[in-house]
Design a protein. Structure first.
Length: 135
């Protein structure tokens, strides 16, 4: 089942709009129906990539593999370190500077051309009663 949030029936949200839990970007709006909206969580494969960067300004894409949130497409010559924070760079629907997660592990074997890291988010969409939608 797709995650869903309740909205005021008069509220209009655009697909791709940021959804946050306790200040952490956890997903984006997939589509809106009357009074509700479905959410694509960052760990899901169908969620569109989010342009992001580490606190040392290394850029890459945040996307899901169906189980984990990944920070990937990082050029192989760039340095990634466990514990680095990853934030959004800014794109339509997702403002600059939203906290996404912290690098928990560097993954090898995906590709020799790019680096991939697993992000820890420390919050869960499913364990809170209130989410924030950034218009």
């Amino acid at each position: 089942a797709q995650p869903t949030i309740a909205l005021d029936p008069d509220q209009k949200v655009t697909p791709g709009t940021a959804v946050l839990v306790e200040g952490v970007l956890v997903g984006t709006i997939a589509k809106q129906q009357l009074g509700t909206a479905t959410v694509n969580l960052l760990w899901q494969k169908e969620t569109l990539p989010i342009l992001a960067e580490t606190d040392s300004k290394v850029q890459g894409l945040v996307m899901g593999d169906g189980r984990r949130v990944l920070f990937t497409e990082v050029p192989v010559d760039q340095e990634l370190t466990i514990g680095q924070q990853v934030v959004s760079v800014g794109q339509t629907g997702v403002e600059q500077g939203l906290f996404i997660g912290e690098i928990r592990a560097i993954v090898t074997g995906y590709s020799n051309a790019v680096k991939t890291a697993v992000l820890e988010q420390y919050v869960s969409f499913y364990q809170v009663g209130l989410v924030e939608v950034r218009f």
